[in-house]
Design a protein around this ligand. Structure first.
Ligand code: FES
Length: 110
């Protein structure tokens, strides 16, 4: 595992992007929990965001793909609406150790 950032580096109900194992990973803080996913939209296999660290929809309720507006549940990565509805973001193993966020090995996209 690798120490990637600290809990306080991420605002509540938002996400930030980090590089791990040469892959872009987003770490989201939502409802007091942290979640990590490969920054890879299952629709076209491209990154979700246009702007750095801009991953949430306007109500900060879902992770949104900026390309075609797919919405993903933050807790599960499930796509709830959009062209990849029923598909999901690829989770990255994550551990919170005190204030520190550690990431495990990043899976390869399918
Ligand atoms: S690439 Fe993400 S919704 Fe199309």
């Amino acid at each position: 595992m690798e120490h990637i950032c600290n809990i306080n580096d991420i605002e509540h109900e938002s996400a930030r992007e980090y590089q791990k194992d040469g892959q872009p990973v987003l770490v989201a803080k939502f409802d007091g929990q942290v979640h990590a996913y490969l920054n890879w939209c299952p629709h076209l296999g491209i990154e979700l965001n246009f702007m750095p660290d801009e991953f949430m929809d306007s109500d900060s309720q879902f992770i949104m793909c900026a390309n075609h507006g797919a919405l993903f549940e933050v807790e599960t990565g499930n796509c709830l609406s959009g062209p990849c509805s029923g598909d999901k973001l690829i989770p990255v193993p994550l551990e919170v150790r005190g204030e520190e966020i550690w990431l495990g090995e990043v899976p390869q996209p399918a």
